[in-house]
Design a protein around this ligand. Structure first.
Ligand code: UT7
Length: 338
């Protein structure tokens, strides 16, 4: 559990605020009707089991950093921040362009953020929420003043397009946020991050790392495709996200009624509904866009936050609760004053 003492301390230090957000999804839309032609599935099954109607799929020549770069440009333009002003770029992803260099370095080069230091973090679908906590620590200590945080994924490149249980769930995309301490804004009010590595086997990409380096065998065995035990992941996702959302609200001294919007990881509408039943609040507080994007892993929360902002659902001073869950397992929640 994040120690309360450090959160008290953080509350007295410069507080990170999101100046603006931006997002990008690839042009190609893959509908449930398209999937019906590819695997033994139906629009009816996908809609009732997940709530997903369509998802965006990147071009073969479009890498994660390309999507991240476009989202970054949009966020910087919205924030009125020049790339040279950035001290740091963090990219949260499980689908980096390559083993190394890190994806954030590619983004840096594309946008000309010559003064930034850059690295990726990997916390699966919790990546953006974990990154937000990381960014607030750098801003609190003064180690970085202006940070670009991106969640970006090309999940289509680790998807087995013959596996109906997985290929209907995911999509590609990127979202970005520019963070800085603003004198009159409270920004990030609380953050609680958790992990349980004992459950690493339930959601993973087994091939391509040092455990199973790429070989003819790993290729033949399908180890370069994501694996998931959907039912177990579902149960943990509901209990862990509900619990950590409560903790983040507690840490901020707030209740669910005090937040304007709740932005949960966009994996499955049934997961969002189950969290809603446990956490409370009104259905209209829960922002959902998974019907149009599917599960975009580390991009999911920021894609939703950016869309909510563009739809005018958040005004400065409103409070928003972000909550995510992913492989590892990793999960986390953060309350922000917008
Ligand atoms: O981002 C990280 C977090 N990820 C998640 O949160 C995902 C969590 N899990 C889930 O969202 C759900 O478990 C799924 C959507 C993946 C699956 O839903 P489910 O209600 O748990 O279905 P199931 O896996 O128990 O499968 C039910 C049936 C099976 O058939 P039988 O064994 O009952 O005959 C599956 O073979 O549905 C079948 N099935 C499908 N049928 C049509 C599985 N996928 C499909 C499909 N189309 N695409």
């Amino acid at each position: 559990m994040n120690a309360p003492i450090s959160n008290d301390l953080l509350a007295r230090l410069p507080r990170a605020s999101i100046l603006a957000t931006g997002s990008y999804v690839p042009e190609r839309v893959l509908t449930n009707a398209d999937l019906e032609k590819m695997v033994d599935t139906t629009d009816e099954w996908i809609m009732t089991r997940t709530g997903i109607r369509e998802r965006h799929i990147a071009r073969t020549d479009e890498a994660t950093s390309d999507m991240a770069t476009e989202a970054a440009r949009r966020a910087l333009a919205a924030a009125g921040v020049a790339p040279e002003e950035l001290d740091m770029i963090i990219v949260a992803t499980i689908t980096p362009d390559m083993g190394f260099p890190n994806t954030a370095c590619f983004v840096q080069s594309n946008i000309g953020a010559v003064n930034a230091f850059c690295y990726d973090i990997e916390a699966a679908c919790s990546g953006f929420v974990y990154g937000l906590d990381l960014a607030r620590q750098y801003i609190a200590t003064g180690s970085a003043k202006t940070i670009l945080l991106i969640g970006a994924e090309k999940i289509s490149c680790i998807t087995d397009w013959t596996d109906r249980s997985l290929c209907v769930l995911f999509g590609d995309g990127a979202g970005a946020a520019v963070l800085r301490a603003e004198p009159n804004r409270k920004g990030i009010l609380s953050a609680v991050m958790r992990s349980d590595g004992r459950l690493h086997d339930l959601l993973k990409l087994p091939g391509g790392g040092s455990r199973n380096p790429a070989s003819a065998e790993t290729l033949a065995g399908g180890l370069h495709f994501m694996k998931m035990n959907g039912r177990d992941v579902f149960k943990h996702a509901v209990t862990c996200m509900t619990d950590v959302a409560r903790k983040a609200l507690d840490q901020a001294g707030l209740t669910v009624e005090d937040v304007k919007l709740i932005i949960p990881h966009q994996a499955n509408l049934r997961i969002v509904s189950a969290i809603g039943e446990r956490l409370g609040g009104k259905p209209e507080q829960y922002f959902v866009n998974l019907d149009r994007y599917g599960n975009t892993s580390a991009a999911s929360v920021i894609l939703a936050l950016d869309e909510a902002v563009r739809m005018g659902k958040l005004e400065r001073g409103d409070r928003v609760l972000l909550v995510a869950f992913g492989g590892g397992f990793t999960w986390g929640a953060s309350v922000l004053e917008w």
